[in-house]
Ligand binder design. Structure first.
Ligand code: GRF
Length: 221
């Protein structure tokens, strides 16, 4: 729900919505001076939709199977969002590849979270791939969304150690704890006007962000 004077977020999900929940909590605690205007899912069965409705947030299902092309689906998303205040779009486990129809509309106001240390492991099964590669650490990256899949400039990245005996699930759980910290943090930078996209580069407080993103530490703020 948005309040006059507060920024409005749109959150797009496909599944359980634990990152969405982190935004609900961050708005409630005041960490984010924003309200969630709308939660959209492409998947009518997404558990996160109910979670959002239970929190009193407007929800909408735009089922991709009802559209003949990716562009038509994206236009339906744009049309849906036109009814709400949207300062920033948060992709939170949204499992559809977006086209320029959507991406250009929200260029510079569109963030995603990807569960790997980008540019490592774009795409799916990131934790399994990190384990199979014998990596010593894994992590998660918040990045601006551009046309390139999981390829927009990184904003904020958190690392976790890989521990002997880790499985994709145990690693995912460790990474997830970091996801819920860094995603609202990156969004708060944007809402405060500290974070911007220019061309293919991201800037924080007018300084170029390193290629892997700002590296999260306990004292990052
Ligand atoms: C997270 O691992 C996120 O990094 C990825 O999709 C997953 C979504 O999980 N993009 P949830 O629905 O937020 O719990």
């Amino acid at each position: 729900m948005t309040t006059p004077g507060k920024a409005g977020l749109a959150i797009l999900i496909s599944g359980r919505g634990s990152n969405m929940q982190a935004f609900i909590d961050a708005c409630a605690s005041g960490q984010l001076h924003a309200g969630i205007s709308i939660v959209i899912s492409n998947n009518p069965q997404a558990p996160g939709l109910q979670r959002a409705a239970d929190a009193g947030i407007a929800t909408c299902c735009v089922d991709h199977r009802e559209y003949g092309s990716r562009e038509a689906f994206d236009q339906a998303l744009v049309d849906c969002l036109a009814d709400y205040r949207v300062d920033l779009v948060i992709l939170a486990g949204f499992m559809r590849i977006l086209t320029p129809v959507f991406i250009t509309t929200f260029c510079g106001r569109l963030l995603n979270i990807h569960p790997s240390l980008l540019p490592l492991y774009p795409g799916l099964h990131t934790h399994r791939r990190a384990l199979e590669a014998g990596d010593e650490e894994a992590g998660v990256t918040v990045h601006f969304v551009t046309q390139e899949l999981d390829g927009g400039p990184p904003v904020l990245q958190a690392r976790v150690p890989i521990i002997p005996g880790d499985t994709p699930d145990s690693l995912a759980a460790r990474v997830m704890l970091r996801e819920h910290i860094i995603y609202p943090m990156a969004a708060s930078w944007h809402l405060q006007g500290r974070l911007r996209l220019e061309g293919k580069s991201a800037y924080l407080d007018e300084a170029p962000i390193p290629a892997n993103g700002v590296q999260y530490r306990e004292d990052t703020s």
